[in-house]
Design a protein around this ligand. Structure first.
Ligand SMILES: Nc1ncnc2c1ncn2[C@@H]1O[C@H](COP(=O)(O)OP(=O)(O)O)[C@@H](O)[C@H]1O
Ligand SMILES: Cc1cn([C@H]2C[C@H](O)[C@@H](COP(=O)(O)O)O2)c(=O)[nH]c1=O
Length: 218
């Protein structure tokens, strides 16, 4: 039986790497796949992993109809055994429904990869529909960590180094690279407590550098 898989984790938890590994493992056994992504950091129509791998992909615009695309390819004689769908949080709810139909009606495996929640801790539309429809949902085993050492569960957005909680849901960006000056818009993974307190690594360090008041008058 074909299945709709959803692999999720925070930013920087290895999802795109796993997407490329999944494609490699299936392709190396002679299976034929199609690869999709949306708004990858490296640019349009590419899946890129921070480990250095990348692969061409079809860019998913809001008007792409997965059901029509796959049926039309099969009708023209193409073989499709599986789909790899990266950055699936950005897909529309309708597109996730089309993917579920591809699994059920055409017996094609669909592997989706994406983050669950945005910088305001709200579900993305594509991720929400995947939670509702996927046959299997797996949280990546390699845990991204908050600066405090706890498992990171949330994605924070920073603007000029300061955490923000208002703005557009979709702004392509990367996690801050160590030693680099803060990007205009960047992301940082945090545990829930530090996301709730808006305590990023930079702010925690700044707070810890504030000198203790001297014990005058004791
Ligand atoms: N220099 C490095 N050495 C080893 N692993 C790295 C290095 N840089 C990144 N990684 C690994 O790559 C992961 C990010 O992979 P990626 O597929 O780009 O994540 P995602 O798609 O979830 O944002 C990091 O969590 C880390 O495990
Ligand atoms: C939290 C959050 C993220 N994004 C963007 C930033 C990146 O371009 C992608 C996630 O990529 P990754 O492969 O998982 O690192 O999503 C966004 O647009 N809005 C957000 O709230």
């Amino acid at each position: 039986m074909a299945e709709l898989h959803f692999f999720t984790g925070t930013m920087d938890s290895g999802k795109s790497t796993l997407a490329l590994q999944t494609n490699h493992n299936h392709a190396s056994r002679g299976r034929i796949g199609r690869i999709y992504t949306s708004h990858d950091r490296a640019g349009s129509a590419t899946i890129s992993s921070r480990l250095g791998l990348s692969h061409g992909a079809t860019e998913v615009a809001d008007d792409l109809d997965f059901w029509q695309t796959v049926v039309s390819a099969l009708t023209q004689g193409a073989r499709i055994d599986y789909l790899i769908c990266d950055e699936a949080q950005f897909y529309t709810a309708e597109q996730i429904e089309q993917l579920a139909k591809v699994v059920d009606e055409l017996q094609i495996d669909v592997f989706c990869f994406g983050i669950l929640t945005d910088f305001r801790t709200r579900l993305f539309p594509g991720a929400a529909r995947l939670v509702e429809l996927a046959d299997r949902m797996q949280v990546l085993q390699v845990e991204a960590l908050c600066w405090c050492g706890q498992r990171a569960t949330h994605n924070a957005r920073t603007e000029d180094g300061v955490m923000v909680t208002e703005g557009d849901q979709v702004v392509v960006g990367d996690v801050d690279q160590t030693g680099q000056p803060p990007a205009e818009v960047a992301y940082e993974v945090l545990c829930r407590q530090h996301h709730r307190r808006r305590l990023t690594a930079a702010r925690a360090q700044a707070v810890s550098l504030v000198p203790e008041p001297l014990p005058f008058g004791e």
